[in-house]
Write a protein that binds this ligand. Structure first.
Ligand code: PLP
Length: 376
């Protein structure tokens, strides 16, 4: 219909700016749920150009065939856990993010899974305890907390020989694909909370699932579509923008953390500093998150320490451009019972420090003062 014959209401609704030839230098935000029937995208719950672009970026880093973007890291875990059949066996590592631990127990209860919790960082000793009929093994390396490393290649070799049907899933959030690529070591799935290093600014949530296996990707894509779990276009766009500085940020995290690690080792009030072993083969670098143990007595006074810090924010989260402090027993692992925390070795004296990009000398001064307040 000629435009001038339309009522004002219809004109407002139907006016669209011709954008062909605009040639923006970055991909604009496709803030739309629907596409015309002629579009290959169908519907944003299935796919969206912003999601496709960030998936390609992450798959490129991981060197994986496939990548799926989802709403959060927990969604990534939920979708992956859906690959375990009802009544199947799921193995998880003892040291794991508190919400992941709780999610596995919830899923096990709902779907009648046999859940086996093992210390996979114990090397060969732990391998013999893995049930050979297990359907999935899920772990983080480095672990949360204590940053212990699990050898993915030797686990994959054991799997190939003893349990070829067992899917190996690595939550690679803390190492990132810049420093560790689980699929190349034999894992079937490598997943991420993009809320951490990929987003990097504590202003967006997201998750990614990478795999080389077509069958797993197809099944998880269907789960994402029918479950409505796709990453929203705006979040995809924000994460894509953050990824422009990802390598720079990771190198800076590494530089600041190395310096802060040395400093923490020199403080007499700290009983242990926990950092991952960088073997140069599986894990080729690391930055940001360290744990320290100050003992239960000082740990009771954690709030004093936290409040005395002026350069560390205490909110939930990490892997951000600014530094953060947290107490796992009241934060990341708060959903665990006291017995479960004790089994993981998480007491009041365990503190997590995440280093951003402030000048390390300022961070040292801030920590020195907070330790003085803690001990006074
Ligand atoms: C290792 C790890 N995996 C998964 C998650 C969950 O991610 P999200 O908060 O994006 O749901 C977290 C959150 O802290 C995490 O640390």
């Amino acid at each position: 219909m000629p435009e001038e014959e339309l009522s004002p209401t219809t004109r407002i609704l139907r006016t669209r700016c011709e954008i062909e030839g605009a040639d923006p230098v970055v991909t604009p935000l496709f803030q739309t749920s629907a596409f015309e029937a002629s579009s290959p995208h169908f519907y944003t719950r299935k796919e969206n150009p912003n999601g496709l672009e960030i998936e390609e970026v992450i798959a490129g880093l991981e060197r994986s065939t496939h990548c799926l973007s989802v709403t959060t890291g927990m969604t990534a875990l939920l979708v992956v856990l859906g690959l375990v059949p009802t009544g199947g066996t799921l193995v998880i590592n003892t040291l794991i993010y508190g919400c992941t631990y709780r999610l596995c127990f919830r899923e096990a209860k709902k779907r009648n899974l046999k859940l086996v919790v093992l210390d996979l960082s114990a090397g060969n000793e732990s391998l013999s305890k893995i049930p050979e009929d297990a359907h999935m093994i899920l772990f983080e390396t480095p672990t949360n907390p204590f940053l212990r490393t699990i050898n993915i290649s030797s686990l994959a070799r054991w799997r190939d020989k003893h349990a070829p049907g067992m899917l190996m899933v690595v939550d690679n959030t803390w190492a990132t694909p810049l420093f560790q690529r689980p699929l190349e070591c034999g894992a079937d799935v490598s997943l991420y909370s993009a809320t951490k290093f990929f987003g990097g600014h504590s202003d967006v949530m997201g998750g990614f699932i990478t795999t080389d296996r077509d069958d797993l990707h197809e099944e998880m894509s269907a789960e994402r579509f029918y479950g409505g779990m796709i990453l929203a276009p705006h979040s995809a766009w924000l994460i894509r923008r953050s990824m422009q500085t990802f390598s720079l940020r990771m190198r800076e995290h590494e530089r600041v953390t190395t310096e802060m690690h040395e400093f923490l080792e020199s403080l007499s009030c700290i009983q242990s500093v926990y950092a991952p072993e960088i073997d140069g083969t599986q894990l080729t670098g690391y930055g940001c998150i360290l744990f320290i143990e100050i003992g239960d007595e000082l740990g009771q006074r954690y709030q004093l320490f936290r409040d005395a810090l002026t350069l560390f924010s205490s909110g939930t989260g990490m892997a951000c451009v600014t530094s953060m402090v947290a107490q796992p027993c009241t934060g990341s692992h708060a959903s665990l019972t006291e017995d479960e925390k004790a089994a993981m070795g998480i007491g009041k004296g365990l503190i997590r420090l995440c280093f951003g990009f402030e000048d390390p000398n300022d961070l040292k001064r801030d920590l020195t003062n907070a330790f003085r307040v803690l001990q006074s």
